[in-house]
Design a protein around this ligand. Structure first.
Ligand SMILES: Cc1cc2nc3c(=O)[nH]c(=O)nc-3n(C[C@H](O)[C@H](O)[C@H](O)COP(=O)(O)O)c2cc1C
Length: 193
């Protein structure tokens, strides 16, 4: 029976988290294509793995949000040195529902929520105090109250089309196991190191 790449990912992710010494255990690198056609990569926090794919949250008006609106093809990469594992995923990004985004928002700390209001992610910083001034403004505005979700903050679902798992070997004889989605079925193959 063919392996399910989601199960392989989930098992490795659980192992990586258990053995990680880092605080940001869910950091994943996501790559989008920018307006000049360049790949553009940055780390985000993997919020959840659901049956359809991988969810991360961000500002939809950020650079990555603008890129995804223009080209929904996306890459996800991890390197978990402590378990000798690299994973590469290619997929399609789409916004999750408002209700789902609201649930993710409610899991954030109050300080992270306030920073989201204060920062226009990826916009030029005109002076070093401007975000702190905005932060103070929103602290006062929401003082003693629930901090609502800004309309432009929410989740993206990465629905995978391709997975590749690499087990790192010191002698560079890495084991590379790929899965391609063809008509709803995951077809498994091995690649030379
Ligand atoms: C470990 C780590 C986790 C991060 N998590 C997130 C995240 O979940 N969402 C987010 O928008 N940015 C996150 N960031 C910041 C992004 O790397 C990036 O700087 C920001 O999203 C702006 O990217 P953009 O200008 O390409 O849109 C994280 C950075 C690091 C180093």
């Amino acid at each position: 029976m063919t392996n399910n790449p989601f199960d392989v990912f989930k098992d490795l992710y659980q192992l990586a988290r258990e053995k990680s010494v880092f605080k940001q255990k869910g950091a994943i690198c996501i790559s989008t294509i920018d307006e000049d056609g360049f790949p553009d990569s940055r780390f985000v926090d993997l919020k959840e793995i659901i049956s359809e794919g991988f969810v991360f949250c961000t500002d939809y008006a950020s650079k990555k949000g603008v890129s995804i609106a223009d080209n929904s093809k996306i890459g996800l990469t991890v390197w978990w040195e402590h378990i000798s594992t690299q994973i590469r995923v290619k997929g399609i990004a789409s916004k999750v529902s408002e209700a789902q985004s609201q649930q993710y928002w409610d899991t954030r700390s109050r300080s992270a929520q306030l920073t989201t209001w204060a920062s226009k992610q990826s916009q030029l910083l005109d002076n070093e105090n401007s975000v702190n001034q905005q932060l103070e403004k929103y602290r006062q505005k929401f003082d003693g109250q629930y901090v609502p979700k800004p309309p432009t903050w929410g989740g993206y679902l990465i629905k995978p089309k391709y997975f590749e798992f690499l087990t790192f070997r010191e002698d560079r004889m890495h084991i590379r196991n790929a899965f391609v989605e063809e008509n709803g079925i995951w077809v498994e193959s091995y690649l030379q190191p």
